[in-house]
Design a protein around this ligand. Structure first.
Ligand code: ZN
Length: 74
């Protein structure tokens, strides 16, 4: 699966992920309830499979070692 988004867990009111949906062509903040699955790719790197508000599947990479340039990297 192609990586569409990069991480950004935030701590206000629970973890929120900044994700970029290719289908919607926009960034959005998704709460943890939008997580479908979690995969440990490597130590410190977690792939989070989420769905956007339209139901599209987005793969978000999270973790301390993630450094991937992409639309969500500000
Ligand atoms: Zn979408």
């Amino acid at each position: 699966m192609e990586v569409h988004a990069v991480l950004s867990p935030r701590r206000k009111g629970g973890p929120v992920f900044l994700a970029y949906c290719d289908e919607c062509d926009r960034q959005m903040l998704l709460p943890a309830s939008h997580i479908r699955t979690l995969h440990n790719l490597a130590p410190g790197v977690i792939a989070v499979e989420m769905t956007c508000y339209e139901g599209h599947v987005i793969l978000v990479l999270s973790g301390s070692d993630v450094d991937i340039p992409g639309p969500a990297a500000v």
